[in-house]
Ligand binder design. Structure first.
Ligand code: FAD
Ligand code: NAP
Length: 479
């Protein structure tokens, strides 16, 4: 919902769109970029209309604020006045208005669970939802459960009197959700400082503040479903950065020693960096260190390093900051997400990969996995769309792989080639696809993966449906 230009990426009037033959060009309002928003939040302007006061908001009150110029939204028990943010929201005003005057948590989780709204909207915080005055019918039962959940006596406050000021906690509920809030006076606290464990009937939340920890440890009287809202981030150190093309680099991050994290094939993570005081997150898809790494004995211990191929956009918001990082600096990495299921590759005979630009990144692990682990595989064909030859990521590795492994073929298609280019040119089209996607037989098991700029992926999907490929035979990588 908040700082996510990537879904309509590149920006509607970005240089890339303008340069691409004038397709889908929409004028953007001047002065409404993410940077402009951050500037406004730091200007000291009263964005809530409450002069910095925080209030308890009843449901009745929340419902009243349902207009564009007076729009309050509740996310996870906290209420924000999002009217000042409307024009800065990359998803548009209509998307925000869907949650106007109501609890937008579910909507938010469906669309942008990973976005750091707490940081982005901190100046818009109106307050928190008041406890419901009317409890459900089984109030007594429910109350007992909650009392059982958080008995004060079981909260261990290990902050000594001389330590930082002691945190406090409370909880509130909606019909389906119990939210535990731990209040610390510590600035810059984030998910890295909170360790949450849930095992059988025990729930434990430890908040680490400097050298102290504050522990909420409770026995549960009912089963709960885990939903530790937001994603967990750990700080990873940049250990190397290598040029791959003129604008794309291979970043290698080292996971902390206590972390075991292997990002599943086809999934992405979120990278988080503080940019001018606001935590900004963007999704990236880990790759292997090379196309051949899965075929050789690992030189480096597994699960310690995580690699990304990242294109740096000089006028972009996040990637120039990433590019500024020095070896030894830290960037936060979230848990993996994504809806690719590895079983889609089982018993596969033909695998077709359609990638545009950095849309190649999810294909790297899919390709490696398929060639190494799927005995039924007969053919993997990659059609890789780029603007010029200079933009092709890992071209020589791809050509080498095609030479070494006869099951693999690669075809490059360029939208703005030089006159020397003798290969295919143009954009994704039904003619290109029908020639490329030759299945072995009518019954052979096929999967087509697509990834690139959103309009590329959407057009590709439509063309594939028109070519009579079924939904099960197509996987598109999106956010
Ligand atoms: P942005 O600020 O988003 O800008 C990008 C470009 O658009 C710039 O050229 C900028 O000038 C232009 N632009 C932006 N806003 C405007 C505007 N208002 N007006 C005019 N022009 C504008 N990328 C990778 O490189 N590698 C990956 O592995 C990768 N994995 C991804 C996985 C997923 C699931 C998704 C959804 C995206 C992935 N991306 C990946 C893309 C990545 O998330 C970012 O979108 C990308 O890095 C650009 O971020 P940025 O903030 O630097 O650029
Ligand atoms: P790019 O260089 O702008 O584009 C790559 C190629 O695709 C170029 O030939 C380009 O042609 C063409 N193209 C662009 N838009 C098109 C459209 N609407 N129809 C047909 N062809 C089109 O790509 P990039 O800058 O690397 O961007 C890659 C995109 O992939 C980003 O949007 C990124 O968010 C996305 N991505 C998504 C995931 C995921 O998992 N969801 C992972 C990685 C990347 P022209 O330049 O000539 O227009």
């Amino acid at each position: 919902m908040l700082n996510v230009p990537s879904q309509s990426f590149p920006g509607p009037s970005s240089q890339q769109r303008v340069a691409s033959g004038g397709r889908s060009k929409v004028p953007l309002k001047q002065g409404r970029s993410l940077m402009d928003w951050i500037r406004l939040t730091k200007s000291g302007k009263d964005l809530t209309g409450l002069k910095g006061r925080l209030i308890e908001v009843t449901e009745e009150e929340l419902k009243k604020h349902n207009k564009k110029d007076d729009c309050w939204i509740c996310i996870r028990g906290f209420v924000y006045n999002v009217s000042p943010y409307m024009e800065y929201h990359p998803g548009g005003e209509d998307e925000l208005m869907r949650a106007a005057g109501s609890d937008g948590t579910d909507l938010f989780d469906q669309v942008h669970r990973w976005v750091n709204y707490e940081s982005m909207l901190k100046e818009c915080l109106v307050g928190r939802m008041a406890m419901k005055p009317a409890f459900p019918k089984d109030y007594h039962e429910e109350k007992k459960v909650l009392n059982g959940m958080l008995p004060q006596s079981q909260v261990t406050d290990t902050l000594a009197k001389e330590g930082p000021s002691s945190p406090s906690y409370d909880w509130f509920q909606t019909d389906s959700l119990v939210t535990i809030v731990i209040y610390t006076k510590q600035k810059d606290i984030n998910l890295d400082s909170v360790i949450v464990d849930h095992r059988d009937d025990s729930f434990r939340a430890e908040t680490v503040i400097k050298d102290y920890s504050y522990l909420v440890h409770v026995a549960l009287s009912h089963e709960i479903q885990e939903d530790f809202s937001g994603l967990f981030y750990r700080k990873c150190q940049l250990v190397s950065k290598e040029d791959v093309t003129h604008d794309t680099k291979l970043f290698c991050l080292m996971l902390p020693p206590s972390t075991h994290l292997e990002v599943p094939v086809g999934q992405h993570v979120y990278l988080r960096l503080p940019i001018t005081g606001t935590e900004i997150v963007k999704p990236y898809t880990p790759v292997c260190d090379s196309l051949f790494s899965e075929f050789k004995e690992p030189v480096l211990p597994n699960n310690v390093y995580i690699y990304f191929l990242i294109k740096i956009y000089p006028a972009g918001f996040f990637t120039p900051e990433l590019d500024q990082l020095q070896i030894g600096d830290y960037v936060s990495v979230s848990n993996p997400e994504g809806n690719f299921i590895i079983s889609q590759l089982q018993e596969l005979e033909d695998l077709f990969l359609l990638a545009a630009g950095t849309g190649f990144t999810p294909m790297v692990k899919v390709l490696n996995y398929a060639l190494t682990n799927i005995p039924s595989l007969r053919k993997v064909k990659l059609m890789f769309f780029n603007k010029t030859e200079d933009d092709i990521i890992w071209r020589s590795q791809l050509e080498k792989l095609a030479f070494k492994d006869k099951r693999f073929e690669v075809e490059f298609v360029l939208s703005a080639p030089t006159s020397e280019w003798s290969g295919k040119q143009g954009y994704i089209s039904p003619a290109l696809l029908s020639e490329f996607l030759k299945r072995r037989s009518d019954t052979s098991k096929v999967l087509i993966c697509l990834c690139g700029p959103t309009p590329f992926t959407e057009q590709g999907m439509k063309m594939l449906h028109d070519l009579n490929f079924s939904k099960d035979e197509i996987h598109s990588f999106t956010a």
